[in-house]
Write a protein that binds this ligand. Sequence first.
Ligand code: UP6
Length: 274
Amino acid sequence: PSTQTYESRSQTHPTAAGRKLLQIMAQKRTNLCLSVDHTDPEKILALVRQLGPKICLLKTHIDIIAFPPTTAASSIKSFTTKLQELSREHAFMIFEDRKFADIGSTVQHQYRGGVYEIASWADITNAHAVPGPGIIRGLKEVADGIGQPRGLLLLAEMSSKGNLGGGEYQQRTLAMARDREWRGFVMGFIAMKEVGGGEEGEDFIVMTPGVGLQVGGDGLGQQYRTPEEVVGRDGCDVVIVGRGIVGADDPVAIAEVYRERSWRAYEGRVKKGQ
Ligand code: UP6
């Protein structure tokens, strides 16, 4: 898949969420996902209004946001409704980076219910493969009841130093993802390089955090690589950037640098395959 264009993959991707995402990427010429890691809901909405045109995907951590406590439930709902409105206005999708990691029955409640009702507003979410296939089956049952395209990413490897992913863990995660039972639901991976699985009818979208304009780290294990390394050399599809943009003095200007460099790296990669 890595040498095919996003446009051609958007026609054939086995998941509805994947087709929609790849189409947005091709149309807006962006493979940038903003990880809007801020705890103030108003600040998040202001950033999303500014950066919406540059991104294909907005990544949230809904459980780090400090909602006004007295009206928490209604302020969460109004926040996620606003995010959905912005996603339609600017044509990006929403990815709640929940990293589910429990048995199927528990993750069903976490995905559907609680105060966040993630399944109702997030197009995409993710899960660890540690619990085994029941976690995917549980999440899929909830997704099937939503009536909107919903996609799942499995974490095959993490960006942080010393993480236990990659290698054999990644191979076993790939094997779990390939089960035909969830071909229309598991759309790809969080991983640091292409994962494989390009058999007939398969096409896993690889999304990669730990991206900076220079190689580096954050002192808490995060490791940064450049868009050229991640997309051009290692065959990843979507570049996920948090503090590199959110913490910048001029987020719009910096987001454009990330978008440009990530898009060029993709174009170079596709050209190499021709
Ligand atoms: N994230 C990683 N590494 C992973 C998986 N997820 O960094 O392996 C998430 C973090 C954060 C974002 O939870 O939201 O991606 C990266 O943020 P940063 O660009 O500010 O480092």
